[in-house]
Design a protein around this ligand. Structure first.
Ligand SMILES: [Zn+2]
Length: 113
């Protein structure tokens, strides 16, 4: 019964939380439709809109991604993936260097959550 519930659990489509199981560091990743990934905490995002409105203008600001995150959290729809430290850092490095993480997509396909 609980097994069945797990299978039918609905997750927000574009967002994943990754946790380094060795250090308990965590970060949210928004996987954009344009193929770019954004790193997020509850209050910050790596997108240009956040950089411009929050960082440069020093205003309290929620970009589209942060609003999406807030909504997904309220509905408890965030998929969480636990990784070792190397994989956790690899995903972040890939996003910084190429704009998206192939490693993250592999982990999602493997059903690691
Ligand atoms: Zn954003």
């Amino acid at each position: 019964m609980s097994q069945e519930k797990k299978i039918h659990r609905h997750y927000a489509e574009n967002i994943v939380k990754i946790i380094d199981k060795n250090s308990i560091l965590s970060v949210y990743i928004y996987m954009g439709k344009n193929g770019y990934d954004y790193l997020m905490s509850n209050k910050s995002c790596s997108c240009k809109s956040f950089l411009f409105n929050s960082v440069f203008k020093n205003k309290s600001y929620l970009c589209y991604h942060l609003k999406y995150l807030e909504n997904a959290e309220e509905k408890d729809e965030i998929r969480t993936i636990y990784l070792n430290s190397n994989d956790f850092l690899l995903i972040i490095e890939e996003i910084f260097s190429t704009g998206k993480s192939l490693k993250l997509r592999k982990e999602l396909l493997n059903g690691n959550s």
